[in-house]
Design a protein around this ligand. Structure first.
Ligand SMILES: Cc1cc2nc3c(=O)[nH]c(=O)nc-3n(C[C@H](O)[C@H](O)[C@H](O)COP(=O)(O)OP(=O)(O)OC[C@H]3O[C@@H](n4cnc5c(N)ncnc54)[C@H](O)[C@@H]3O)c2cc1C
Length: 423
């Protein structure tokens, strides 16, 4: 059952946002960042820490994009299996990216500690839960590849997965103790406060509407102000607005929605995720679940929010956790994931001094934070390359058709599951 006036749980439960103004007048800095999510804020923080004059412009409010809407699973690595990463990038580049992003949760949780970021940080690992024989085979493959790279993961048999998750519907689970969960919007706001403390200038309600360059200098315009800088970083991922440098054509936006219940009672809480890991499953039309600090169950699935998705979530929760009884959903929200053609994030040098980083494909908390740090090191000459590919991305063909295909596929799948459950 859905409550009235549904909104995002993250917005309702986040820590206070820093008070920011819209950009007015003319400014001059070293680096302008467009976009106030994990990537932009981490870049601003790490540049400011190095004494670089940096100014960040957010079109809406900080965390308006994927960073304020995600599941909050701080996972290690990328979406692809490690062997596939090597195959796509070549062994050396694949290993470089794997190593950098395998260490991403450690980097995120250390940053949270260093800046005392209040964001419900819980580092109890994540569980990738296997559905059916195909799901188990997928986990066994991942497990072997991760073990070969020295990851401290373990493959839980069905009985152990059942004890950890509280459901007998999974054939096993891959446990990754490096990972954890956060309240993502509180993490965004904490990163912003850290960046301000280090001297970065941040502005909200300041959409970048125009970017021009002349003789190595960029002029970045918003409705009421402008900034001159040597470098501009586009950190807009799936939420690119105002056609800035045409980045929307480089990914397919795929909707993913979540619902959050009322806080569970202590007897309900004893039945589900007693160690409070975050979970996502092996299904092609993926779902995820986790608890927040108040003990709400947050359940997510692919597709835009609406009756089909909320009915499916209620039915799936009944199936997975019959002991919980009927849950009332108090919050629901949707976010767009930027799926790149190869499901990997890429950095592009679009022109001299103009960089863009996008395509996290649903794995951006650790990668966005790490890439912000790496970009800052690269700009300040402390590193020569980034751990993700520097590519000139091509436009994705039939992008809108692909988006519709994924959306229809998700809704049909969820409807089909409900019909199947009624039989
Ligand atoms: C529903 C969902 C669930 C996810 N779950 C997870 C998860 O559990 N774990 C994980 O690691 N990752 C997850 N992700 C992926 C992750 O959230 C993203 O990869 C990450 O937030 C990208 O961060 P970003 O800073 O690059 O972009 P965003 O957070 O999207 O920020 C881009 C910002 O740019 C701003 N902007 C756009 N155009 C302009 C302009 N012209 N001028 C000024 N500002 C502009 C936007 O308003 C926006 O705030 C999920 C994503 C979604 C949508």
């Amino acid at each position: 059952m859905m409550g009235s006036g549904c909104q995002s749980l993250w917005r309702a439960s986040a820590t206070d946002a820093p008070q920011l103004r819209a950009l007015e007048g003319s400014h001059q800095v070293d680096v302008v960042i467009v976009g106030g999510g994990f990537t932009g804020l981490s870049t601003a923080l790490h540049l400011a820490k190095e004494g670089i004059a940096v100014l960040l412009l957010e079109a809406d409010e900080l965390g308006y994009g994927g960073s304020g809407r995600n599941v909050g699973l701080v996972n290690a690595g990328v979406w692809l299996e490690p062997d596939l990463l090597d195959k796509q990038l070549g062994k050396e580049a694949g290993r470089q990216m794997y190593d950098a992003l395998a260490a991403a949760p450690e980097f995120v949780f250390k940053l949270i500690e260093e800046y005392d970021i209040d964001c419900e940080a819980t580092r109890n690992g994540t569980l990738h839960a296997g559905v059916g024989q195909a799901g188990l085979a997928q986990l066994e493959r991942r497990f072997a590849q991760l073990k070969q790279r020295g990851a401290p993961v373990s493959l839980l048999a069905a009985k152990d997965a059942q004890a950890r998750i509280g459901s007998d519907k999974f054939n096993g689970a891959l446990f990754d103790p490096r990972a954890g969960t956060i309240q993502p919007l509180s993490y965004v706001r904490g990163l912003a406060k850290a960046a301000l403390k280090e001297g970065a200038k941040l502005f909200e309600c300041s959409p970048v509407t125009d970017l021009t360059s002349s003789q190595g200098n960029w002029l970045v315009k918003t409705p009421h102000g402008e900034v001159a800088a040597n470098k501009v970083i586009l950190a807009t991922n799936a939420y690119c607005q105002h056609g800035v440098a045409n980045q929307s054509s480089k990914f397919v936006p795929i909707a993913y929605s979540q619902l959050a219940s009322q806080p569970l009672t202590s007897s309900q809480l004893a039945q589900v995720l007693p160690n409070k890991e975050g979970v996502w499953d092996t299904c092609t039309v993926m779902s995820s679940f986790r608890l927040d600090q108040r003990g709400r169950l947050i359940f997510g699935g692919m597709g835009a929010e609406g009756r089909v998705l909320s009915n499916w979530a209620s039915q799936r929760v009944r199936e997975l956790f019959p002991a919980l009884g009927e849950l009332a959903w108090e919050y629901s929200w949707t976010g767009n994931i930027a799926y790149s053609a190869d499901h990997l994030p890429h950095c592009q040098q679009l022109k001299e001094g103009l960089l863009s980083i996008s395509g996290y494909s649903g794995r951006g908390i650790g990668p966005g934070t790490v890439m912000g740090m790496e970009l800052a090191q690269w700009i300040t000459g402390q590193r020569e390359t980034l751990s993700i590919p520097m590519t000139k991305l091509k436009d994705i063909p039939f992008r809108e058709i692909q988006r519709i295909f994924y959306e229809l596929g998700a809704q049909t799948y969820h409807l089909g599951q409900q019909v199947h459950a009624l039989r």
